[in-house]
Design a protein around this ligand. Structure first.
Ligand SMILES: Cc1cc2nc3c(=O)[nH]c(=O)nc-3n(C[C@H](O)[C@H](O)[C@H](O)COP(=O)(O)O)c2cc1C
Length: 140
């Protein structure tokens, strides 16, 4: 059984809803799934999973959340080469630039992105929830 981690940061709950849908999709596909808020995950945990979904909304000016998520993610980057990774997150008024930059960074790290990052504006609608579930399945 493949082990999948879903690691997310969320302030108002939109990315958290996406994380739960990613986890549901991975579970439905037969994976053993662990869901972590940002503070509960670090680089030492990366090797314990076959695949990891990282979720973070667009914050600051089209960047990852800088106080908690970005430092945690940066600390994991050295261990992402060859690892199956999925990205997701909610945004407000932008055009998804934060996600494109994040995808590029993961590719530079040698991570194996299983799909394009899943993004949705504010709260995920049914279509976005479905895309999150598909991401979970792809990681399982
Ligand atoms: C401080 C702050 C900065 C933000 N910066 C951006 C941004 O650069 N681009 C964007 O599209 N949305 C931005 N947003 C909107 C959030 O990404 C959006 O509300 C998202 O749904 C929040 O996700 P969450 O509910 O998981 O916290 C920002 C929101 C806050 C509070």
């Amino acid at each position: 059984m493949s082990k999948v981690a879903v690691v997310y940061w969320s302030s108002t709950g939109n990315t958290e809803s996406m994380a739960n849908a990613v986890a549901d999709g991975a579970k439905a596909a037969g994976a053993e799934v662990s869901v972590f808020e940002t503070a509960d995950f670090d680089a030492a945990k990366v090797d314990g999973f076959d695949a990891i979904a990282f979720g973070c909304p667009a914050m600051g000016d089209e960047v990852l959340e800088e106080d908690e998520f970005e430092p945690m993610f940066s600390s994991c980057e050295a261990k992402l080469s060859g690892k199956k990774i999925g990205l997701f997150g909610s945004y407000g008024w932008g055009d998804g630039e934060w996600m494109h930059n994040w995808e590029d960074k993961c590719r530079e790290d040698g991570a194996l992105l299983v799909s394009d990052g899943v993004i949705c504006q504010e709260e995920p609608d049914d279509e976005a929830v479905e895309k999150c579930k598909e991401l979970g399945k792809a990681l399982a």
